[in-house]
Design a protein around this ligand. Sequence first.
Ligand code: GLN
Length: 477
Amino acid sequence: MKIYEMTYSEIETSKDIRPDEVLDAFYNRITDVEDKVKAFISIYERRENPKTKPKIIAVKDNILVEGKKTTCASKILESFIAPYDATVVGKLKENGFYIVGKTNMDEFAMGSSTENSAFFPTHNPWSISRVPGGSSGGSAAAVAAGEVPLALGSDTGGSIRQPAAFCGVVGFKPTYGLISRYGLVAFGSSLDQIGGFARSVEDVAKLSNIIAGKEDLDSTSLNNSVEDFTRLLKRPIKGLKIAIPREFMSNALDKGIKDQIEKTIYKVEDEGAVVEEVSMKMMDYATAIYYIIAPAEASSNLSRYDGVRYGLSKSDPSLKHQYMKTRDAGFGPEVKRRIMIGTFTLSAGYYEAYFEKAQRARTKLIKEFNDVFSKYDYIVGPTTPTVAFKIGEKVENPLQMYLQDIYTIPANLAGIPAISVPIGIVDGLPVGLQIMGKRFKDAEVLNLAYAVEQMVNFDYTGGMKKLDEGLGDEDEK
Ligand code: GLN
């Protein structure tokens, strides 16, 4: 097995790999495939050989690394240099991690395909004419392509889980509040969560152990009640109770994906877990709720980009015109759309009709989750309604793009832990299973994900092989 195909844990435990070999393997892999994948916005120059085996990781470009550019894939921050490390980055550094660069994303994490990057789109290693998903598409593609064994992303409505599903890797969004958001550029503050990508469930669990923890600089940071994310990985799943919402298996779901999900459910039942269908009526409203709340929070968070404090500045004798010129030149179309929706729904005349109503509906949705979780340990279903789509296929239709997240958004609205784990292939492209759990039951979520991973035995190197064979290129003709 080549070093770049190995998981983080395999590299850590292997006795006969030298530190410089690890660096060589990943830097060479990046050199070999990055032209095709375009997962990175910045790749850091190789530093001198470390004495111990480097723990290679990539970081999404909305998370601050001191002294380095943090662009959020936006022209407005194109030349912005982070003045300090995000808390998660500080923890990585303290634990001997080696950051190789910053990954591409949808501008300010708004999107589901990484096509909203102001710089270039990222390509899916399984088929380079297709999107890697988004918004953390660069992180997912980098892990799938073998450029890194681990990456950090952020998930506001599915931005870790959806690209993980599209790229055939594991993506985990822990319970809201378990990982500090300090140094993550804010999008929707009540929804945003940092999490990890890897090519094994064990790896994301270990990465979560490093980056989680209570901290005062983020006022929503909570006491870490999950003392060890890996602690239940190998627990047998016999007797665990799993709910499948009927609403998740409806007509919106691609037939091939539905078959894969059902096949996996049968295997889970064979291991002795109890699986039952439930109805969760609020799930049908989740996307509508999200597209009121997320843009409202975004419009407020993004008001700080005024051409005075950060990045791009288009000067004008009139301060108002300076704001307007800077924001007009600096923000892309999707970001402008969100800001307009957000300022509209928060405006005096419409606040009650939209924002307040959405907040009430969010509370109802949380109640529905609580009801189901009073009887079941898990809620399981698809991560995405389709497999990875073609680059350009949905750019003209924002509503179509928003529907990518119908299954992932509910977990953000409720603040619960959720993971996507690959379970198979449809039309040559990976399919993800989503597992959601109760708040703070992150170790339990990883437990079921690990069990599923053992059952399906997914080939995480499939994307690397296809990339090397140039199969994706054929697709493009
Ligand atoms: N695709 C969703 C959006 O565009 C979610 C993005 C995210 O999780 N950051 O808002």
